[in-house]
Ligand binder design. Structure first.
Ligand SMILES: *Cc1c(COP(=O)(O)O)cnc(C)c1O
Length: 486
């Protein structure tokens, strides 16, 4: 087998005594671990760490890294996730020692530069949102949802209002009802209408004095901007409830419209999506939230403030919900977002969204005759095709198409989400892809559509593994090396 395809573990390559470095003899007294640690903290034997030479170690990890799928290696049209190019200039700048080597326990006086960047980031995000105040703390979008709902909960508690429900459209991301439940609310589902937008009748019917928050994703996960938004915010506010925006789709509207202007009271950003934090494989992210001024007293502490030309972390907010993240959140991702926004400027940000929408519509036009697109004919920054007809007529599923795309070196689109589209194939090209890339991807989709069903059921055909048991892989990951039985 090609060594690069090898799944050999470091433990299996181990030979007793091999080293990458040999340390010189210690020239200070060594009391021994038993003198430094309590007995119950000491293992009976040293851990069975692998012993390998440096060149084998390097090859192992370099070859493994070559097996990664990433935005730097392949087109990655993962709907709802905004997998756009992460500019390398921002990687370099955010790694400058003055930024990357700060210690989170340093005094405010000793890291004024960083605090200024964070202060500016708060202001910029407030401006893009059209809202007054920002907390940078939440670690990702879902965490921003939870934090905002805790803020809403504190706000209503303060007003002595008993509101127990959070209303959520059925096209929403699964994190929305999950965040509502974790924040102690009952999640109530609102139907979509025939256009894929919020069903106003259903919303009106379920909206009463028990409603705390209506969570909306706009544009929604079908890639559609809900043009009823002014009416929606009016009727939600009419019942004394708040409107929350899931901002995962901000890539479609930057500089074109602002959530605060269309009636939203609070929102999160996914900095790793919209503002190019490299993401995938679970993190890290940043999910700052923006809120209207009446909600600001409840934001997590600390917040960065500027006083007499100096910056400091402000903990003095008596009504705060407290801290939601150790130290100050995922600053490395926030910094990349700041750099991206400053590189582009206001005009550039607007162009991002214009081009994201253009690219998605171009791709939609190329594939819409071959694949069914139930909610069209136009979209915002992404669209959802469906394999429902292919499934009915030829037993070809969204899963088969996603798997077969891997043979063409594309990352698969998001499949089976949103739930309102059967056999969903959700495609988001982002603004950073060229016309040639989009043409190539559309060609692959058109070609796959003509392929034999049995052939597709067994795809991919060119990779090291084809169809692993995904549930088992997720539920029982093999993370620990076990010595082989003799
Ligand atoms: C990605 C996403 C989320 C969750 O955000 P994370 O940053 O992954 O926690 C929520 N809603 C929508 C629509 C998303 O696409």
């Amino acid at each position: 087998m090609d060594k690069r395809q090898s799944t050999e573990l470091l433990f299996e390559m181990s030979h007793s005594g091999r080293r990458t470095h040999r340390l010189p003899a210690c020239d200070v007294p060594m009391p021994g671990a038993s003198k430094l640690l309590p007995a119950n903290a000491l293992a009976a034997e040293p851990p069975p760490l692998p012993e390998v030479g440096e060149i084998d170690l390097i090859r192992h990890f370099v070859n493994l890294s070559g097996r990664n799928m990433s935005i730097d290696t392949n087109f990655y049209p993962l709907g709802s996730c905004t997998m756009k190019y992460n500019p390398k200039r921002h990687e370099r700048l955010s790694s400058l020692p003055g930024l990357a080597d700060l210690h989170p326990l340093q005094s405010d006086e000793s890291c004024q530069g960083m605090l200024e960047l964070l202060w500016q980031t708060q202001n910029i995000l407030a401006e893009i949102a059209g809202l007054e105040e920002v907390s940078l703390q939440p670690a990702a979008g879902a965490h921003g949802e939870l934090t905002s709902l805790l803020v809403a909960s504190a706000y209503f508690r303060d007003r002595k209002e008993q509101r127990t429900r959070v209303l959520i459209p059925d096209s929403a991301h699964g994190t929305n009802p999950a965040s509502a439940a974790i924040a102690g609310f009952e999640a109530v589902s609102i139907k979509s209408n025939a256009r894929g937008l919020v069903d106003l009748e259903d919303l009106r019917g379920k909206l009463d004095e028990r409603a705390a928050v209506f969570m909306i994703t706009n544009p929604n996960t079908l890639g559609l901007f809900d043009d009823q938004i002014a009416v929606i915010t009016e009727i939600v506010h009419g019942q004394g409830a708040l409107v929350y925006l899931d901002g995962a789709n901000m890539n479609a509207i930057l500089g074109i419209t602002r959530p605060g202007d269309f009636g939203v009271d609070m929102m999160h950003y996914n900095v790793h999506k919209t503002f190019t934090g490299p993401h995938g494989a679970g993190g890290p992210g940043a999910g700052p939230i923006a809120v209207r001024s009446q909600l600001a007293p409840y934001l997590p502490v600390p917040v960065v403030v500027k006083e007499n030309d100096a910056y400091r972390l402000d903990y003095d907010r008596p009504k705060t919900i407290g801290r939601v993240r150790s130290f100050f959140g995922n600053i490395g991702i926030l910094l990349r977002g700041y750099l991206y926004i400053r590189t582009l400027g206001p005009r550039g940000l607007r162009e991002v969204s214009e081009n994201a929408v253009l690219n998605a519509n171009y791709l939609l036009a190329l594939v819409k005759d071959a694949y069914d697109v139930p909610y069209g004919p136009r979209c915002m920054h992404e669209f959802v095709a469906s394999a429902r007809n292919l499934r009915r007529e030829r037993k070809i599923s969204a899963m088969d198409i996603g798997k077969r795309l891997l043979d063409f070196s594309y990352h698969a689109p998001t499949v089976y989400f949103p739930l309102v589209v059967p056999e969903a194939i959700m495609i988001e090209p982002s603004e950073t892809e060229s016309k040639e890339t989009l043409d190539g991807f559309a060609d692959a989709l058109l070609r796959i559509r003509e392929e034999d069903a049995d052939f597709l059921h067994n795809a991919p055909h060119t990779l090291g593994i084809s169809r692993p048991d995904e549930v088992k892989a997720a539920k029982e990951p093999l993370l620990r090396w076990r010595p082989q039985q003799a």
